[in-house]
Design a protein. Structure first.
Length: 454
């Protein structure tokens, strides 16, 4: 299984989920004779919810918890996926030709996260809540799995199934934490918290992992590397710093709420906007499509590593600043400004001739900075559009829908690269990627959505 097959499987599950949800919602809406809320009723309902969120909001404490979670997640995912192939090949003698397909299969659980959203939305664990119990239980299993890797050093017959389970549970933790974010964060903090802190500190973890994991393996060995990953996995217990809200009637999933949500036109417009061609697959100048271009321009592996490091550093600053700005001038407005700028920056790669190292470094820094604005505002919009009774499910479907946009863009890139040239591919991507600004511009929070405005 390659990455394209993995994304296609993810997309097919999303299409199936939305189609089945729409048909079921129409049936329930008709059979239960569900009445839609008036604008005044929706405003009163949202105003009450937002007031409750602001009364219980603890920005420093909760953002610290989120920062620890996503710092750990960024390190663990990056480190695990980086050295698992090395461990399989060098330590266990696994055939190198079979490793890429194996890694894609192991990562499949991360590409299909919406079932975890359904689980944590609909099946609370008694009085303990519907998010934190799952986060804690899943994380205990993940920590024990890493301890087994470090101490027992199992062979492929045990390592591979455990790795599949580990990444799947890691996806479950991420989905539950995302749901917890939306449960307790006021809409006017979505940009900084859901977008800025989460994406920015994920980049911190990735940067630490990129700078340290190789050195740890070469100096102390694979067992120590697994133990270091285990330490960062412990950061997920930061969820215990968060007070999970009780399941009030507004937060409990109902057939009536489901019927209203999945027959709402603005939900489908949001899905269309997120699943249109996006720049997500072209953010990193050291990987994917731009990684191909970078090798032609720079060539030296050492320089590519340095370019990646400064890019991640810029992402950290841009995410926090972008989230802060988005909460003040508007999530939608920030995205509409950031998306065309990102398109111009990607298009600027056509001016980077072989050996233009200074220009590449400059583009990497500016792109990382703008990426922070782009992602923090997009994630904030997604949070704005989630209802309080199914936030985990809806947010994960939106996240998975992003795979559709990335896949479309990669197919366009592949076709132009093989049929014409990489320069034409870059120009086309820079132009096409702005297309999702159009549905975003017309997007409004529907009656069941959390936010009053986007």
């Amino acid at each position: 299984m390659d990455k394209t097959q993995m994304i296609l499987i993810s997309i097919s599950t999303i299409i199936f989920f939305y189609a089945a949800s729409y048909l079921l919602a129409r049936y329930w809406k008709k059979s239960l004779k569900v009445r839609e809320l008036t604008d005044e009723e929706a405003l009163q309902k949202k105003t009450k919810l937002i007031q409750e969120l602001k009364e219980h909001w603890r920005p420093l404490r909760y953002n610290l918890a989120y920062a620890l979670q996503y710092l750990g997640q960024g390190f663990v995912r990056m480190a695990f996926v980086f050295f698992l192939p090395l461990y399989l090949a060098k330590k266990l003698g696994y055939p190198e030709a079979a490793i890429p397909a194996l890694i894609a299969f192991i990562m499949l659980g991360w590409a299909i996260k919406w079932p975890w959203g359904i689980l944590t939305d609909c099946l609370p664990v008694g009085r303990f809540g519907r998010r934190r119990p799952y986060i804690v239980i899943f994380n205990v299993i993940c920590v024990l799995t890493l301890a087994i890797f470090a101490i027992a050093q199992p062979g492929p017959e045990i390592l591979i199934p455990l790795s599949i389970g580990f990444l799947a549970l890691l996806a479950g933790i991420d989905a539950a934490y995302d749901g917890l974010l939306i449960d307790i964060t006021p809409p006017d903090s979505h940009g900084l918290t859901i977008g800025g802190v989460a994406w920015g500190f994920k980049a911190v973890g990735e940067l630490i992992g990129a700078l340290t994991v190789g050195a740890v393996i070469s100096t102390y060995g694979f067992s120590t590397a697994f133990l270091v990953i285990m330490v960062f996995q412990l950061f997920t217990f930061s969820c215990l710093l968060i007070h999970e809200p009780s399941l009030t009637p507004e937060r409990r999933p109902t057939k009536e709420g489901f019927a209203l949500l999945f027959t709402e036109k603005y939900l489908w417009l949001a899905f269309l906007a997120i699943s249109l061609p996006s720049y997500v697959a072209f953010f990193s100048p050291t990987a994917g499509a731009l990684g191909f271009v970078l090798k032609k321009i720079v060539g030296a592996a050492g320089l590519i590593g340095q370019i990646g490091a400064v890019n991640r550093g810029a992402v950290i600053v841009g995410s926090l600043l972008g989230g802060f700005v988005a909460d003040r001038i508007g999530h939608k407005k920030t995205y509409i400004i950031a998306a065309p700028i990102m398109g111009l920056l990607i298009g600027s790669w056509v001016f980077a001739a072989p050996g233009a190292v200074s220009l590449v470094f400059l583009l990497a820094v500016i792109m990382g900075f703008v990426e922070g604005f782009y992602i923090s505002s997009l994630f904030a919009i997604m949070g704005d559009m989630c209802p309080p009774y199914l936030p985990g499910t809806n947010y994960q479907v939106f996240m998975s829908a992003g795979h559709i946009g990335a896949l479309i863009m990669l197919f366009i890139w592949s076709f132009l690269l093989t049929s014409y040239s990489w320069m034409w591919g870059i120009i086309a991507i820079a132009v096409i990627g702005i297309s999702n600004v159009i549905p975003i511009y017309f997007l409004k929070p529907y009656a069941e959505a959390k936010a009053i405005k986007v």
